[in-house]
Design a protein around this ligand. Structure first.
Ligand code: FES
Length: 264
C-alpha cells in the first residue's frame, strides 16, 4: 500500500500489484492484468483498445456541448433506450441525469427543469437528487475534471499534497476552470480504490498511486494525449507515445468496478 514506486506503471502482464490481496492464498500467482484487466490508460494497450466497459460513470467528456438541446436528435434515441429499461420514468432519473451531464458537462438549473418535464417529476425532486450526488457537476468544468481523493487512506499517503500540486500547476482554486479551459480541480471523498493512494479520477479514468511529483507529467500528458484516446467511448486506437519522454506518467488505471451505464 505504501509502495508508490513499484506501481502498476509496469505494464507487462507479469507485473504484480503489491497492494492486491489476491497475492496470497488461493489467488496467488495472478498477474496484475488478470486481476485488473487490461484497460490501462498508460502504455497499454500498444495497439487498439480492449472491448468492454472500463470507464467510471457518468462519462465526463472532454468536449462538451453546452448548447445542444437535451434529448433531441441523437440523444432522443438514447433517452428512449434508457426509459425502456425502467418500469417507471422516475426510476430512470439517474441515467437521464448522467446523459444530460455527458452532453452539457454539468447540470444547470434549466437542465434539471427539462429533465423534470421529460420524466414528469416535480422539479424539486430532480434538483434534490442532482444536488445530493457529487458526481453531478452543478457548474461548468474544464475539459479535464480532476478529482483528487483526500479521504483518509489517500490523505495519509500525501493526498493533500497531490491536491495542492494540481491546484498550483493549473493555477486554479478548487472548482475553477483554468485559463486555457483545460482543467478543473476538486477534492473527492474516497474514490473507492483505497489500496492505491493517492487516487485521482480524471474525467472517467482513474490514476492510482499518484505523488505530488507526478502532477506536472500528468497534466502534460493530458494536454498531449487526453485522458483516454477514445474519451470514454470504448474501442478505438490508443495514442502512442512519440518518445520515452512522452510516455504517460505512473499508474493511470481504469476503475474496474464501474462499467454499468444504465443504458444497456
Ligand atoms: S481513501 Fe482515497 S480512494 Fe479511498
Amino acid at each position: 500500500m505504501s509502495d508508490h514506486t513499484n506501481s502498476s506503471s509496469n505494464s507487462s502482464s507479469s507485473s504484480k500489484n503489491p497492494g492486491w490481496a489476491g497475492e496470497t492464498g488461493a489467488f496467488s500467482g495472478l498477474s496484475e492484468a488478470d486481476v485488473r484487466g487490461t484497460g490501462y490508460v498508460g502504455a497499454q494497450p500498444k495497439e487498439g483498445w480492449p472491448a468492454g466497459g472500463i470507464n467510471a460513470y457518468p462519462y465526463q467528456l472532454a468536449e462538451k456541448q453546452p448548447d445542444a438541446p437535451l434529448f433531441e436528435g441523437p440523444y432522443a434515441k438514447r433517452l428512449e433506450r434508457i426509459l425502456a429499461r425502467y418500469p417507471t420514468k422516475r426510476a430512470a432519473l439517474l441515467p437521464v441525469l448522467n446523459l444530460a451531464q455527458e452532453i452539457h458537462g454539468h447540470l444547470a438549473a434549466e437542465d434539471m427543469a427539462r429533465i423534470a418535464e421529460v420524466l414528469e417529476l416535480n422539479p424539486a425532486t430532480v434538483r434534490g437528487v442532482a444536488t445530493f450526488y457529487t458526481m453531478y457537476n452543478k457548474a461548468p468544468v474544464g475539459r479535464y475534471l480532476i478529482q483528487v481523493c483526500t479521504n483518509i487512506a489517500c490523505t495519509v499517503c500525501g493526498g493533500d499534497d497531490v491536491f495542492n500540486a494540481f491546484l498550483a500547476h493549473t493555477g486554479t482554486e478548487p472548482g475553477e476552470i483554468s485559463d486555457d479551459g483545460n482543467f478543473t480541480v476538486v477534492d473527492a471523498e474516497c474514490l473507492g480504490a483505497c489500496g492505491f493512494p493517492t487516487v485521482v479520477q480524471i474525467n472517467n479514468r482513474y490514476f492510482e498511486n499518484v505523488n505530488a511529483e507526478d502532477v506536472p507529467a500528468i497534466l502534460d500528458r493530458l494536454k498531449k494525449h487526453g485522458v483516454d484516446p477514445t474519451d470514454g467511448k470504448g474501442a478505438g486506437p490508443a495514442a502512442k507515445p512519440e518518445s520515452a519522454a512522452d510516455a504517460p506518467p505512473p499508474t493511470p488505471n481504469s476503475n474496474p468496478s464501474s462499467n454499468s451505464n444504465g443504458e444497456g
